[in-house]
Ligand binder design. Structure first.
Ligand code: C2O
Ligand code: CU
Length: 635
């Protein structure tokens, strides 16, 4: 069974178990229903069976990854075992059918013991859907208190006790609940964010004195190389698509922004101007591991560039590959509206292919664009030419792309060449949000066709004059290439690494003081997610567990990570160094990060709606501080 399905079965079993205990309590408390004893026995044995079911699902989940099972094993199962034992002990006479208490009165003790068991089971459900991972001692304490109080209240009502006692017990429950929610709210609005420890003012109080400001982690002014200068101006622009549709866009001058194509050995200087984007803009070089001060994260590495202002980025072209750039201010909205473009870094000797095409995939409104077009178009390339096709997913969701008409090689992923690529025949390529893939092939006389599963409108035919590549039949049922087993393995993985865990989930949380079904990492939302703190040179094994029901394309700024395993299965293909990896529901990824680029780096889901709903945190180097205000980081 898939982990997602197992999580769902576990949750449903827990809910059904709670319902069975509650049913038993109702049967017992209500004045003698016909067949009361039969119904009572039925619901109690059902509840016990469902408890055993939860033990099995929790065990299976724990075997896959502890964070999938922690709150179940540490809390939900023990509390249910305990309350179930109490309930059965006290309800045995009722189950056996012996008369209980005064004839006209419900068997108070037995009834409230069943309520206690129901409360225990309900608290197990709450532990799953409200607390999640990590399951803290405080959460255990609060939930246990609520369970006990529920039993007491039930007894006060069933016994029956005086109105004062009843009200007192009920008020106590309400008090615990209100205080917990209030505490969570205060914690959200009043506790300083995780980056505060790296803010300038607080730096003196940290154990390691923060000596370096991100503002000083810039490309050295004397970096040698041929200077390449670009100017990008962010502005509102109404763009007419190839189909004739108009897009009310935000652009860097065109849609997509101009492709920046540079060569290893050059020093790239980009001046960003903001003409009229009131929200402010920055440029983040997605996947290109620049010095921290050039990373373009407003609130961490610079201030947002407001209308009329400008900012100059500089970096050395030294990592050939396919990258992209985008605003990192109001990024979900800004990128969606068009503030992005591609960054191509060519090796010093150029690429071996004679045709080199870049195709960013993007959705405007409901229309999918491949490159700068929302309709099918043809790129003229002669038969026999070698082609490099650079695919960039600039959308929020994973995209499945297909190249029909030719076999091809997966030459590079996320700007890193793959070793020993083998011909791919009729298989689809899944590109996570933010990810890139380079395909290479020799163009056959009939041409080739690039298509995206998300659209039948846009497509790119690549073909010689006279060919009709757009007519090629696409097999949309063909499977996806699994990158973890593609290519040739040749990689030395260090034996000792420090472990860090990131557990992704969707949980009710306060987000800027407002209740939301937020996207969480380790149970918290930005800016309260504890940073991963490293020293330069450390090697970290990151285990990323997705407990939620959405795919999370996790993006790490400033670093590429080496994929070690997925769902416990070790990677066997070419070393896969990614900056964006898609953690699908229930998946468990292990990746290795080498801390070799000091700074304060954001890690977040590149479904930027998720990022702005909490799923964003930082990787921070000891000794680095930021003079910028992290409260201004926006997803
Ligand atoms: Cu492509 Cu932090 O983003
Ligand atoms: Cu996400």
């Amino acid at each position: 069974m898939s982990t997602s399905a197992l999580l769902l079965v576990d949750l449903l079993t827990a809910v059904a178990c709670a319902a069975a205990w509650a049913g038993a309590a109702v049967v017992l408390i209500l004045p003698a229903a016909p067949r009361q004893r039969f119904l009572l026995r039925l619901s109690v044995s059902g509840a016990l069976l469902l408890f055993v079911g939860q033990c099995l699902t929790a065990g299976a989940l724990a075997a896959r990854a502890w964070p999938l099972a922690e709150e179940k094993v540490d809390y939900a199962l023990p509390v249910q075992l305990l309350t179930a034992c109490i309930a059965i002990a006290l309800a045995v006479p009722a189950l056996r059918g012996r008369p209980l208490g005064a004839p006209a009165r419900p068997p108070a003790l037995a009834g409230s013991a069943l309520v206690l068991a129901a409360a225990g089971a309900i608290s197990g459900v709450i532990a799953r859907v409200l607390v999640g991972y990590p399951f803290t001692a405080l959460a255990a304490l609060v939930l246990t208190a609520l369970v006990l109080l529920a039993g007491v209240v039930a007894y006060c009502f069933a016994a029956p006790r005086s109105t004062r006692e009843r009200t007192g017990a009920a008020a106590l429950i309400a008090l615990v609940a209100v205080v917990s929610v209030g505490y969570a709210w205060l914690d959200d609005v009043a506790r300083p964010g995780a980056l505060a420890a790296h803010a300038h003012a607080a730096s003196s109080s940290t154990a390691v004195p923060a000596a370096v400001s991100v503002a000083d982690l810039r490309t050295p002014t004397d970096a040698s190389g041929t200077l390449r200068r670009f100017e990008l101006t962010a502005r509102h622009q109404t763009v007419t698509a190839a189909s004739g549709a108009t897009v009310d866009a935000w652009t860097f001058g065109s849609l997509p922004g101009p492709e920046l194509r540079v060569t290893v050995g050059e020093v790239v200087e980009v001046t960003l101007h903001n003409s009229d984007i009131a929200e402010g803009v920055t440029i983040h070089w997605h996947g290109y591991d620049v010095p921290n001060g050039e990373d373009g994260v407003a609130g961490a590495t610079q201030d947002a560039v407001m209308p009329g202002e400008s900012f100059e980025y500089r970096f050395v072209a030294d990592e050939p590959g396919t990258y992209w750039y985008h605003t990192h201010q109001s990024a979900a909205d800004g990128i969606r509206r068009g503030l992005y473009g591609s960054l191509i870094v060519l090796p010093a000797e150029g690429v071996p292919e004679t045709a080199d095409l870049t195709v960013p995939v993007h959705t405007f409104g409901g229309a999918e664009w491949l490159g700068d077009s929302d309709v099918a178009r043809i790129e003229a390339v002669a038969a026999g030419e070698t082609v490099r096709l650079r695919l960039i997913n600039t959308d929020q969701l994973p995209r499945t792309l297909r190249l029909t008409g030719t076999d091809f090689l997966l030459a590079a992923v996320d700007g890193r060449d793959l070793l020993g690529p083998t011909p791919v025949h009729d298989e689809a390529i899944r590109v996570p949000a933010g990810g890139r893939v380079d395909l290479t092939f020799t163009l056959p006389p009939g041409g080739a066709l690039l298509s995206a599963d998300a659209t039948t409108g846009a497509a790119v035919g690549i073909g010689p004059a006279g060919s009709s590549p757009l007519q090629l039949a696409v097999d949309r049922g063909a499977p996806e290439v699994d990158l973890l087993s593609y290519g040739e393995r040749s990689v030395d993985v260090p034996t000792s690494m420090r472990d860090e865990v990131m557990v992704l989930d969707q949980l009710p949380r306060f987000l800027g003081g407002i209740p939301a079904n937020a996207y969480t990492v380790n149970g918290s939302v930005f800016p309260h997610i504890d940073s991963i703190e490293v020293s330069e040179g450390e090697i970290v094994r990151l285990t990323v567990v997705n407990r939620g029901r959405d795919t999370h394309p996790m993006h790490i700024h400033g670093h590429h990570v080496l994929v070690l395993s997925r769902d416990g299965v070790a990677a066997t293909g070419a070393a896969l160094w990614l900056d964006t990896f898609d953690v699908q529901p229930g998946e468990v990824w292990q990746v290795m990060l080498i801390a070799d680029n000091p700074g304060i780096w954001m890690d977040h889901c590149h479904n930027l709606d998720h990022a702005s709903e909490g799923m964003m945190m930082a990787l921070t180097y000891r000794g680095v501080f930021t003079p910028y205000d992290h409260e201004h980081i926006t997803g």
